[in-house]
Design a protein. Structure first.
Length: 363
């Protein structure tokens, strides 16, 4: 065979055969991918079903799988020596490992879909975060296993030896990743105990806000000022969490001061007015009727205290009702001639002091 018929020492016919296998397998894989995707978009799938997700996930790695398959058969057609043959075998084994890992990696979307459907049937929104967390965990496992398999292929050592070597390195990594591991288990505690759900308002430490996201490492909280706070789950699991959104009602303590010239009868009338405003009011809690008391003789006022509860525990609705109560109290007290007190000071001058003041003014 002449040199013109060789390509780097390999007959052109074999090179063309290799290219034919590779290109043919790519075209075949792409056609199969398009066919499966069209099947997934069929009209019978009126909504995102598990079978549809399976088809979409299955179609994603198919071209690469067919490429590896075509490359395998194409390389076997090349006349190479033992050294190159061993090298090509290792390359094919690595590519095959990547292809299988890619295939499993894609099919994890089906598990994610099933968990999402199950979570949508539960009352808690926190379960909705569980599906993506499981999806990420499984994908990490697939990638790690694929890397271990590739290391075994390239090093030509048994997996047990590689794992033994990873044990020492893994210990060092574990020591360096203590906080990450702590946060991961903290997230498991949060999902198990469910102290809060997504979009609920909580108070934790110095922060007060709404839960936006619960992840592997941290929980994101949108404060009332609009700031986004990221709290590590390891710390959050050990802190006292006050779930504001789960309160059944809001308690209000309203203190009013009337002037000291208010008669006992007017004081009784003031209490009656307050009771009338708060009896059968919107949001009344039957188990907790309003409490109204003449509380104290203050330095510049006679103090009334009003304690009542508002249901449901929605803050802005509570503020609207508090605004209504304040306006009604102001209007009814003015109509009844009951005056609100404000800080005052009355000075009493003795007669001798008055005479001395008068004499000094005459002189």
């Amino acid at each position: 065979m002449s040199d013109s018929e060789l390509f780097f020492g390999v007959p052109f016919s074999n090179v063309l055969l290799l290219l034919g296998w590779v290109l043919g397998s790519l075209v075949l894989g792409k056609l199969l991918q398009v066919t499966i995707r069209r099947a997934a978009r069929a009209k019978r799938f009126t909504q995102r079903s598990t079978l549809q997700v399976f088809f979409v996930s299955l179609a994603r790695p198919i071209p690469f799988l067919f490429f590896v398959w075509g490359l395998r058969f194409g390389l076997h057609s090349l006349p190479v020596n033992n050294v190159l043959e061993g090298l090509m075998a290792d390359v094919l084994a690595v590519l095959l490992t990547v292809a299988v890992a890619f295939f499993i990696y894609s099919l994890i979307d089906v598990i994610n879909h099933l968990l999402t459907v199950m979570a949508s049937k539960t009352a808690t929104k926190l379960d909705d975060m569980m599906a993506p967390m499981v999806q990420k965990s499984l994908r990490v496992v697939v990638v790690v296993l694929a890397l271990v398999q590739i290391a075994q292929i390239l090093s030509d050592k048994p997996i047990t030896s590689i794992l033994a070597g990873l044990g020492v390195g893994g210990l060092a990594i574990a020591l360096a990743a203590q906080e990450t591991i702590k946060n991961f288990f903290g997230s498991l505690v949060i999902f198990a105990d469910k102290p809060f759900e997504l979009e609920e308002r909580i108070r934790v430490g110095d922060f007060d806000g709404f839960v936006e996201e619960v992840g592997f490492r941290s929980t994101r909280l949108r404060t009332l000022d609009g700031h986004l706070v990221t709290i590590p789950n390891g710390e959050l699991a050990n802190l006292m969490v006050e779930n504001v959104s789960k309160r059944p009602h809001i308690k209000r303590v309203l203190e009013l001061g009337v002037t000291y010239d208010t008669s006992p009868e007017k004081m009784e009338e003031a209490k009656a007015i307050l009771a009338d405003i708060l009896t059968d009011h919107e949001g009344r809690v039957e188990a907790y009727p309003p409490r109204i008391y003449f509380k104290a003789f203050n330095s510049s006022s006679l103090d009334l205290v009003v304690i009542y509860w508002y249901h449901p525990g929605h803050y802005w609705a509570f503020m609207e009702h508090a605004d209504y109560v304040n306006r009604e109290v102001l209007r009814r007290f003015n109509e009844a001639g009951i005056e609100f007190a404000f800080p005052t000071r009355t000075l009493y001058l003795s007669e001798s002091v008055s005479e001395d003041a008068g004499a000094s003014s005459v002189g």
